[in-house]
Design a protein around this ligand. Structure first.
Ligand code: AKG
Ligand code: FE2
Length: 313
């Protein structure tokens, strides 16, 4: 079956016409929950370096990588350890990943990060810290436009505490590209899922595989999948379930997956989530008498911890 390419809008983060940009973001988040983000300020050179360092890490022998197993949601997760959609595959996804949590902040938050040994990978930590910082500043600018898009003050998410030391996790991903044997079930790179948090800023190495199901009804069958190709110089941004909850389902967290193509592939997903103590409750601008709040208020971390528990067991 041929798969068409999703026609996603491109949002210019540096446009001086913020209101018009906010309107385009609103439209994109209502219609697709996905868009491309251009002129985001993260230099191509830094993206390239981060991909190089990521490649170096995943090329280490497994026993080296297993010295940094995922703890406190930071560190290494080996192949098949994660199953985003247990209904679709019993083996788990064909990817390995590494999480880098917030790199600044009060208390010991940044110290929870695990780093490969500087002897083996001397530039790894500084590269990932710079990349995390830079994507975080793009994310902050994006969140203020998202607030405008929701008819809120542009510092709304600062005022409710979401952007006070947000929980931002960079996840480096490596898909080895092997195809599971064809007489068994299909093994996805990443099986169908929506992201859990506020918003995700994803960049890939250009190898195809990512698809989104941009149908409004998540439960509609059969699902129609469309390719989401890499666009040079852009992040692929998508809305997460927590933002869907916040906006009372006005903004959509869209199902997506990574198909196995037989090609090795690298990507870097930056999950921008609110401060763990932030209370996520239906925005005033997203409910009315005829459209009452669908979800009770919840503390951000309580919501996310439950989602992680279901994914990682
Ligand atoms: O690698 C990709 O293109 C997508 C990864 C993804 O959706 C995720 O990690 O949540
Ligand atoms: Fe995702």
């Amino acid at each position: 079956m041929t798969v068409s390419t999703a026609k996603l809008p491109v949002i210019d983060l540096s446009s001086p016409d913020r209101l018009s940009t906010a309107n385009s973001i609103r439209q994109a988040c209502v219609d697709y929950g996905f868009f491309y983000l251009a002129n985001h300020g993260v230099e191509e050179e830094l993206v390239k370096r981060a991909f190089e360092e990521s490649r170096k890490f995943f090329s280490l022998p497994l026993d080296e990588k297993m010295k940094l197993p995922r703890k406190e949601h930071r560190g290494y997760t080996p192949l098949y350890a994660e199953n985003l959609n247990p209904d679709s595959s019993s083996k788990g996804d064909s990817k390995e990943s590494f999480y880098v949590g917030p790199v600044r902040g009060s208390g010991n938050k940044a110290e929870l990060n695990q780093w490969p040994s500087p002897e083996a990978l001397p530039s790894w930590r500084s590269t990932m810290e710079s990349y995390h910082d830079k994507v975080m500043s793009a994310g902050r600018r994006l969140i203020s436009l998202i607030a405008l898009a929701l008819n809120l003050d542009e510092d709304y998410f600062d005022k409710v505490g979401a952007m006070n030391e947000p929980d931002a996790f960079l996840r480096l991903i490596h898909y080895p590209g092997e195809l599971g044997s064809s007489d068994e079930e299909l093994i996805y790179g990443a099986s169908a899922h929506s992201d859990y948090g506020m918003t995700t800023l994803l960049i890939t190495d250009g190898v195809p595989g990512l698809q989104a199901c941009v149908c409004r009804e998540k439960s509609r069958e059969p699902r129609v999948w469309e390719d989401v190709p890499h666009v040079n110089g852009c992040f692929i941004v998508n809305i997460g379930d927590m933002m869907e909850r916040w906006t009372n389902c006005l903004f959509r967290s869209t199902l997506h997956r990574v198909m196995p193509t037989g090609q090795e592939r690298y990507s870097m997903a930056f999950f921008l989530d609110p401060n763990p103590d932030c209370i996520v409750q239906c925005l005033d601008s997203c409910c009315s008498e005829s459209w009452p709040p669908r979800f009770p208020a919840i503390r951000s971390w309580d919501y996310l911890a439950e989602r992680f528990r279901l994914t990682y067991g």
